[in-house]
Design a protein around this ligand. Structure first.
Ligand SMILES: [Zn+2]
Length: 341
């Protein structure tokens, strides 16, 4: 099948074999609101549909199929299958009602389109790992342009969703707090809100903070406020960089403790996304350090190494979201427009 992973920074497309091998893979910059600040929402949606149609035409000969799975960093109402919001891609909007599957069906009617949320796709992809597949329930947390979590029951392939929203695990827009000397403790969120978890802990937030620190003349970025330079500074143990990393992971650690306290059946939290992969071992260590320090009342999980048995990083390759999008497209028990949010 053909699979897409559409994030706020990159779009990835590949042909995925039944064994889960990826080929003809291509990564292109996302047609996001930050790349096209002048474009209207309708234009951004049009560019997205155009991109998907063009890439699908490119990949169809190699794939030998018209089945396409699309993983997208957007909140999808499980009841309607429609996109209700996609702040990493389209910025702040009202609650939307965009039928991406329908638009794709009109653009390229010969194809069978399956659209799933990227975190759900990552959970489906993660469940190709026999150990995760054997669990009663696990959660996937993605930390990239935005932040979201999804709990998943691999046995029945079930994503529990809210009767009020058709959503689950949109923790990126919960209120949060933040502290780092030299940066404002009150920050905007891409959704239009303020002081959300994504305001402090997302890749977009980190990039904004690095820009501000560089402008204020901090020493350790050495004129290069890029995430790669930050990762290098963290990797070499630069104290101010490690301090910023700890400030960024603290609100997320608090959110994850909340998740574990409330949903007792989550046996594992699997981390994925550009921020997790880009910052590597130091990122996980920082997160686990906060979880151990803050603690979980009454739990046998006490030390950072205890929490490390529950909070793990998913392998970045093959991309869990691409694998999951392919799995959703291939799955016979999911209808063409998947109700899986
Ligand atoms: Zn928000």
């Amino acid at each position: 099948v053909i699979a897409f992973d559409l994030g706020g920074t990159w779009f990835r497309a590949a042909v995925v074999s039944a064994q889960g091998d990826l080929h003809s893979e291509r990564r292109t910059p996302a047609t996001s609101f930050s790349r096209f600040p002048e474009a209207s929402l309708t234009e951004l949606q049009g560019m997205l549909v155009e991109h998907l149609a063009a890439e699908t035409r490119r990949l169809m000969p190699a794939a030998g199929t018209a089945r396409v799975g699309v993983s997208i960093g957007a909140a999808i109402d499980a009841g309607s299958g429609r996109i209700v919001g996609a702040s990493p891609l389209w910025g702040a909007t009202e609650r939307l009602d965009f039928d991406l599957g329908g638009a794709l069906g009109e653009a390229l009617p010969g194809c069978r389109w399956t659209v799933v949320n990227d975190v759900t796709a990552a959970a489906l992809g993660a469940a190709t790992d026999p150990e995760l597949a054997s669990l009663r329930r696990f959660a996937v947390l993605t930390v990239s342009s935005g932040i979201a979590l999804r709990s998943f029951e691999p046995g029945p392939g079930r994503v529990p969703v809210s009767a009020h929203s058709g959503l689950q695990g949109e923790i990126g827009h919960l209120p949060a707090g933040f502290g780092y000397a030299g940066l404002s403790p009150s920050r905007d969120c891409a959704c239009g809100g303020r002081d959300h978890l994504s305001s402090f802990s997302s890749g977009r937030a980190i990039a904004a903070m690095l820009g501000e620190l560089e402008a204020s003349g901090c020493g350790w970025l050495q004129g290069d406020p890029s995430p790669a330079r930050f990762a290098a500074a963290v990797g070499s143990g630069e104290p101010r960089a490690v301090e910023l990393l700890d400030a960024v992971t603290e609100p997320l650690a608090k959110a994850l403790l909340g998740v574990l306290a409330v949903d007792a059946e989550i046996e594992r939290i699997a981390l994925t996304g550009g921020v997790v992969d880009g910052l590597g071992a130091a990122y996980l260590a920082s997160l686990l350090g906060h979880m151990a320090r803050l603690g979980l009342y009454g739990s046998r999980l006490v030390s950072a190494s205890d929490f490390a048995t529950v909070v793990r990083v998913l392998p970045a390759e093959p991309s869990p979201a691409l694998l999951g999008a392919a799995r959703a497209a291939r799955s016979r028990d999911l209808p063409a427009r998947s109700p899986v949010a």
